[in-house]
Design a protein around this ligand. Structure first.
Ligand SMILES: NC(=O)C1=CN([C@@H]2O[C@H](COP(=O)(O)OP(=O)(O)OC[C@H]3O[C@@H](n4cnc5c(N)ncnc54)[C@H](O)[C@@H]3O)[C@@H](O)[C@H]2O)C=CC1
Ligand SMILES: O=C([O-])CC(=O)C(=O)O
Length: 302
């Protein structure tokens, strides 16, 4: 039913008329630091606010010496969260604990749910029009948590809340071209569903590439459990950070370009969909076209 649908997400407006402000929450972490570096290098970022409970003054001072235009500021501790987020256009959230071997993403829920809720509550107060990009796991649950906080404040706008599932398509392109050849940057693979194990559904049949059944089974499993591969390889020292920083920076860049008026930008994301909700599936990862048209609509690709 949802296969290869593109949700067109309109932006009612940007949060401010100043150079875009991007806030990273969890900026001193394994994802947060390389993500902040990539955002500092992005010419579309005007202001970069780095927030964490620890170490952000150092990360901020370090990045601020890079001669790109983004003005960097570090904010540390709960009493600085609101000032860090104030009037942000985009809030990227890689805050929270990562998995260790033997854990599922759901095992992170108990801790990360509260962290994400607190961040969303601050955003409601000081950056109600920000686009919120949720990286913290389990994404399948943390995105609805953010949405519920905005619903409670009666300012829920599904066009502004995104679960970042970009790493799934990044991995899918890599794994497919590893066995079939070709340029991974030019081999898109749609991945729909969610961001956890079997909820990650790669649409290999839509790549136009011929696969044997064995290849489909092996690739599907590797794409669904790519996160576990990294968790195991890191042996207790966390999960994917560098590839996730790349994926998060790519999604943020796409959103910034769309906010600046570029059209036809499509990224996958785990989002609320009215059409899905009618079928009992409120949140679903699918391709999302980012743009200025008002209202949320669906283009169904058969
Ligand atoms: N969506 C996706 O595809 C992916 C999601 N992740 C998730 O991203 C999250 C972060 O992963 P890592 O960066 O590796 O973890 P990490 O432990 O290296 O960094 C997390 C950072 O969050 C900070 N933090 C904790 N509570 C906070 C709060 N209340 N406010 C602000 N900052 C807070 C910590 O101080 C730390 O610096 C994890 O939940 C992980 O599962 C990881 C990879 C891919
Ligand atoms: O596997 C994890 O826990 C981190 C993650 O979401 C991923 O790498 O896709």
């Amino acid at each position: 039913m949802f296969a290869n649908r593109v949700i067109i997400r309109g932006f009612a407006s940007s949060a401010s008329s100043l150079a875009p402000k991007v806030a990273v929450v969890g900026a001193a972490g394994g994802i947060g630091q390389p993500l902040s570096l990539l955002l500092k290098l992005n010419p579309h970022v005007g202001r970069l606010a780095l927030y964490d409970l620890v170490n952000t003054p150092g990360v901020g001072a370090d990045l601020s010496h890079i001669n790109t235009q983004a003005v960097v500021k570090g904010y540390k501790g709960a009493d600085q969260l609101e000032v860090a987020l104030k009037d942000a256009d985009i809030i990227v959230v890689p805050a929270g604990v990562p998995r260790k071997p033997g854990m599922t993403r759901d095992d992170l829920f108990k801790i990360n749910a509260g962290i994400v809720k607190g961040i969303a509550e601050a955003a409601v107060k000081v950056a109600p029009k920000a686009h919120i990009l949720v990286i913290s796991n389990p994404v399948n649950s943390t995105v609805p948590i953010v949405a519920e906080v905005f619903k409670k404040a009666k300012i829920f706008d599904p066009r502004r809340i995104y679960g970042v599932t970009t790493l799934d398509v990044v991995r899918a392109s890599t794994f497919v071209t590893t066995i079939k050849g070709g340029n991974p940057t030019k081999t898109p693979v749609h991945v729909i569903g969610g961001h956890s194990g079997v909820t990650i559904i790669p649409l290999l049949s839509q790549t136009g590439i011929n696969f044997t059944k064995e290849e489909v089974d092996a690739l599907t499993h590797r794409i669904q459990f790519g996160g576990d591969e990294v968790v195991e390889a890191k042996g207790g020292l966390g999960s994917a950070t560098l590839s996730m920083a790349h994926a998060g920076a790519r999604f943020t860049d796409s959103l910034l370009r769309a906010l600046a008026g570029a059209e036809g930008i499509v990224e996958p994301s785990y989002v609320y969909s009215e059409v899905g909700a009618k079928h009992g599936v409120e949140y679903f990862a699918t391709n999302v076209e980012l743009g200025y048209s008002i209202g949320v609509s669906l283009r169904v690709c058969t």
